[in-house]
Design a protein around this ligand. Structure first.
Ligand SMILES: *[C@@H]1O[C@H](CO)[C@@H](O)[C@H](O)[C@H]1NC(C)=O
Ligand SMILES: *[C@@H]1O[C@H](CO)[C@@H](O)[C@H](O)[C@H]1NC(C)=O
Length: 280
């Protein structure tokens, strides 16, 4: 739970760079009869290339052929994005629980144990999905390589016609997503150690209860210092013995004005003034 902030952010980068991708390849087909056509092939996440089609002129006659790209990389791409999205959701949830429900989180050590388990699982999933996605990406690049696409077009296989790639797809974003995938692997695998430390399994159970009681005693010490202040107030209150009853009513009156959060009321003795302490 140490790098709570980094996990959601890195997960966002991973699925945004992969899931939001769309690229295109533009090809010019110069037929022998001087008729020129530009073809744009657009593709994107989830890289199901069997569904990417485009029309290419057959240079003889005025006919066209419809071609499809080959290959289906959607499984790896979708697996990667799904892991990233769930890792994002989990780390967001864990951050909220860690910061706002600290007591519930520590209860019976269940929170840290669960967090440890989930962290191990996500580290593994990140590793598998990043490897799968890296492999799929190299496949995607192979299929969309301009020489490969030009070879599909019958017009371009004839030497009389000229074909040329005008614009090749930009791979930077997808390369970045692979890098983010492996950064996430490192982050989550590193988190395993911190999550393990949080569970307290490496200590004896005696020790862990001691640290818990230490925390409680330090908290009660804070209360003690408050009440010592209270005592001085009480001695002051004893001096003004006759005004104590007035004090009480004043304290009671100021209660609805001053309390913003759920206040705890402490009064050292029946004579002391009321002190409002907001629990943080
Ligand atoms: C050139 O190609 C366009 C579109 O591919 C077609 O409409 C047109 O008839 C062609 N012209 C000739 C002279 O072949
Ligand atoms: C194809 O693209 C090239 C370069 O962008 C341009 O010069 C040409 O006019 C285009 N041809 C057609 C038919 O759109």
């Amino acid at each position: 739970m140490c790098m709570v902030i980094f996990s959601p952010v890195l997960a966002i980068f991973a699925f945004a760079t992969c899931g939001g991708y769309s690229g295109q390849l533009r090809v010019r087909v110069d037929c022998a009869d001087k008729n020129q056509t530009n073809i744009t092939i657009s593709f994107g996440y989830p890289f199901r290339f069997e569904q990417v089609h485009f029309k290419v002129p057959l240079c003889d006659l005025k006919r066209h052929e419809t071609l499809f790209l080959e290959g289906d990389f959607s499984k790896s791409a979708q697996f990667f994005v799904t892991v990233a999205v769930f890792a994002f959701l989990y780390s967001l949830l864990a951050t909220v629980v860690y910061f706002f429900y600290q007591n519930k989180y520590r209860e019976n050590n269940r929170g840290p144990l669960l967090d440890f388990l989930v962290t191990v699982i996500f580290s593994f999933l990140w590793l598998v999905s990043s490897c799968a996605w890296a492999k799929a990406l190299s496949g995607v690049k192979e299929v969309v390589a301009s020489t490969q696409v030009l070879f599909l077009m019958s017009a371009c296989r004839e030497p009389a016609n000229e074909c040329e790639a005008l614009e090749k797809p930009v791979w930077t974003r997808l390369n970045t997503s692979v890098v983010f995938g492996f950064l996430n692997v490192m982050l989550w695998a590193g988190n395993i150690w911190f999550a393990y430390k949080e569970t307290g399994l490496h200590k004896t159970s005696q020790r862990s209860t001691r640290t818990l009681s230490e925390k409680q005693s330090s908290f009660s010490q804070r209360q003690c210092s408050q009440s010592s202040f209270d005592h001085s107030g009480a001695s002051y209150g004893q001096q003004l013995y006759r005004q104590v009853s007035f004090d009480h009513s004043a304290g009671g009156f100021s209660l609805p004005h001053t309390s913003l959060g759920p206040p705890s009321l402490y009064s050292s003795s029946s004579m002391g003034p009321l002190i409002l302490i907001n629990d943080m």
